[in-house]
Design a protein around this ligand. Sequence first.
Ligand code: FPP
Length: 231
Amino acid sequence: MDGNGRWATKRHLPRIAGHKQGVESLKRLVRASVQRGVSVVTVFAFSSENWSRPADEVSGLMDILVFALGREVSQLHQEGVQLRFIGSREALSEKVRSGLHGAEVLTATNTRIVLNVCFNYGGRWDVAQAAARLAALQEPITEASLTRVLSLAHCPDPDLIIRTGGEKRLSNFLLWQAAYAELYFSEALWPDFDEVALDEALQEYAHRQRRFGKTPDQVSPSHQSADGADH
Ligand code: FPP
């Protein structure tokens, strides 16, 4: 969800106003995703590296999270959203931790859509914590065993990863799970990323051929006819 700070700065507002608008954008996008039949949405709200931002921005993001939980969770619950918070909770305050826990417990049995909010998350952290768990259990470390203890084990790997805000990198997001994801980069700042922008991303995704290491003919033998046209 990149670009909140720039969205605010362009309007001569404090950066935190951009993050507040980012929550509105998130709500809109979750609803749009439900309508479009998406079953899992995973967003990057606070990275392991974001602690190095100015202290007032870090505390502002924590406050927004607690405030948004208080204001939005019952509505999300009514709409069938299962909320999961992904990331280390060790450095989070008791207030934040209990907010996350309460929201997860309330929405645990909802099945319409899973919304994973990565908060104090990093892809490298996730792989390391998974390996440490297996080591503690004295289990062999394999692709299958790691996949079982990664923090997104409750979800399939993502089909599509969208990064807003114009940057073209993953920035430590879903490193393991992104292996075969289609990547889509949008110039839109996150608060401006609306239903139309989502549909453009889904439209482009629909035209990608996903081969998972196979040849084009193996995946879709009829993708070219004798006349050479795509079908
Ligand atoms: C990146 O934009 C965005 C973040 C670090 C925070 C994202 C947070 C929210 C959308 C609100 C909080 C969400 C929840 C679920 C509580 P940036 O600040 O790097 O923007 P910039 O690149 O324009 O500076």
